[in-house]
Design a protein around this ligand. Structure first.
Ligand SMILES: [Zn+2]
Length: 249
């Protein structure tokens, strides 16, 4: 084992401090050189706290809820983050060769050139819902509620697919550029262009009037509202949302 790593090992032992002798004092790497510290200096503390993505490809998905009151008073069956949004981005630091400014490189190995996209949705509880804008109370069957839940999950999957086709390869281009001088690095990484492409495609696919909702509307196997008066367990409903193959009471 080389001398330097021996003393590094010793520096890591608990209970040893700079006061324990010159050997230890000389060798521990400065805390300021820790990758997290460097990143904090580069992009600010708040960004670092939120974005802890050591690897490329940060996409988080989660479900919130369950929520009731599908139409009013609650948020059931809806995405939380807007389509086309990016939750956190840390632009890669690019340095130039002082001898030849056309040659650039990404100096740091981790945690810059990272993008975090989060998508979550609220599901809904079947059964009794709230009133809609014209005062009709809704009932939703468990099958219809499950299909609405699935619809929201599919929005998340679509966003992930677009993320993996645009942002992930860009993060891999950044990783492969670490420490290698090359010309046209900014164009090669194409940060703004790539993020713009993600936003555009996600919005067109998952936004209001997007192609995914269009396809779902055309799918006959989706919940269908039935305007009818139904009393269930003493509660009067004016709308009964069910799957097409279910019997209405
Ligand atoms: Zn939708």
């Amino acid at each position: 084992m080389p001398e330097s790593s021996k003393s590094l090992d010793k520096a890591k032992q608990p209970g040893l401090s700079r006061r324990d002798g010159p050997e230890v004092a000389a060798s521990p790497p400065s805390l300021d050189e820790h990758p997290i510290r460097r990143l904090q200096r580069a992009v600010g503390n708040r960004a670092v706290q939120r974005l802890l993505c050591p690897e490329p490809g940060c996409f988080e998905s989660s479900r919130r809820g369950p929520e009731n009151y599908y139409l009013t008073g609650g948020h059931g069956g809806a995405g939380v983050e807007g389509a086309g949004t990016i939750q956190q981005e840390i632009r890669p630091r690019i340095s130039e060769d002082p001898e030849d400014p056309s040659q650039a490189y990404v100096p740091s190995i981790t945690m810059t050139g990272r993008v975090l996209v989060s998508r979550s949705y609220t599901g809904l509880l079947p059964g009794k819902q709230g009133y809609d804008r014209i005062g009709r109370r809704w009932f939703i069957t468990p099958e219809a509620a499950a299909r609405i839940e699935q619809h929201e999950q599919m929005h998340v999957d679509e966003a992930r697919r677009i993320h993996d086709a645009t942002i992930l390869p860009m993060e891999q281009r950044i990783e492969s550029s670490v420490g290698h001088f090359r010309s046209g690095l900014e164009d090669y990484i194409a940060w703004d262009e790539t993020l713009g492409r993600f936003r555009e495609q996600d919005l067109a696919r998952n936004g209001w009037g997007g192609s995914f909702d269009e396809e779902e509307r055309a799918d006959p196997d989706t919940p269908q509202p039935n305007p009818r008066n139904v009393t269930l367990d003493g509660v009067e409903y004016q709308m009964y949302l069910k799957m097409p193959w279910e019997e209405a009471p």
